[in-house]
Design a protein around this ligand. Sequence first.
Ligand code: ADP
Ligand code: TRP
Length: 333
Amino acid sequence: MSKEIIVSGIRPTGNLHLGNYLGAVQNFVKMQYEHNCYFFIADYHSLTTHPNPQDLHQNVRQVLVEYLACGLNPDACTLYVQSDLPQIPELYMLLNMHAYMGELERVASFKEKARTQPNNINAGLLTYPVLMAADIIIHKATKVPVGKDQEQHLEMARTFGNRFNRMYGKDIFPEPYAFNFGKELVKIPGLQGGGKMSKSDGDNNVINLIDSPELIRKKMSRAVTDTGPSEPNTAPSAPVQNLFDLMKIVSTEDKLTFYQQAYANCNIRYGDFKKDLAEDMVTFLTPVREKIADIQSNNELLKKVAKIGKEKAAESADKTLAECREAIGFRGF
Ligand code: ADP
Ligand code: TRP
């Protein structure tokens, strides 16, 4: 397999949960040893919501800590904070000159935000896809591991890269495409009976990597079930199936089979089921929680990691920007 250049960013909005870990970060950990990976914390992007400085700093720090605890290795990948790279806003500005109001206004995420926050429809929100394109193409990425919700943004990154190439008659940017690690995307279900584990559905829907054993037990005990199977051998309702799916991840096969049979025989006791699942969840997450606690206070390490990441990312970004500036006609004397 040939090496791809991979870029992915995560907005620093709080703690990582089990869904982020199994659906994204664990894949990053594998990819870093197989490809040329750039992983960054998208703190410029989070400015669209006007975070207060203390929260912003804290959230960026926390994502960095949790990324490292999950196994991202700064020697194997380039791990950096987006705002450490002024090259990104420079490319963003250059791309903005060829990004048109009409196409930006038609972006689904912009329309959604304009509807839900009518009092803060700022230009940063409108040009969010341009900034994201700059993130990606500044390293000449070919693959971007993102979910379906980012497909339109990715398409725009291809559009802006191609447009720049065509405009200046240079072949600077390759086309970036979505990267699916493995055959299928995992979807980790939430605890409230609905769809996926997501922080937008509240803290009780998610198990965060830093949740204490007590908190995990409490959240699991409150996980939504149903009134119980009404006759033998029926398919579980969605909320119960969600819990079986979680059990598939953290428990042994024997235990899963035991509860699936109990369900099929109509003698499952949800209290015991959830307690058992909670204990396995605690066991599953304890190593990463301890790692987070370990790194949490190690400011020297964080400083070092951010510095190395910044240097490595800047090297690649500077090269691309130099090509762009030359192509545009900023040539010096
Ligand atoms: P949230 O939905 O909690 O806001 P994000 O959208 O910030 O999470 O997720 C960041 C990444 O984590 C996504 O690109 C996706 O790949 C992954 N992810 C999030 N939730 C899940 C989940 N429930 N199952 C699988 N992957 C997930
Ligand atoms: N927009 C992405 C999200 O909301 C985050 C992001 C910003 C990103 N820049 C990126 C993802 C570049 C991949 C590549 O999840």
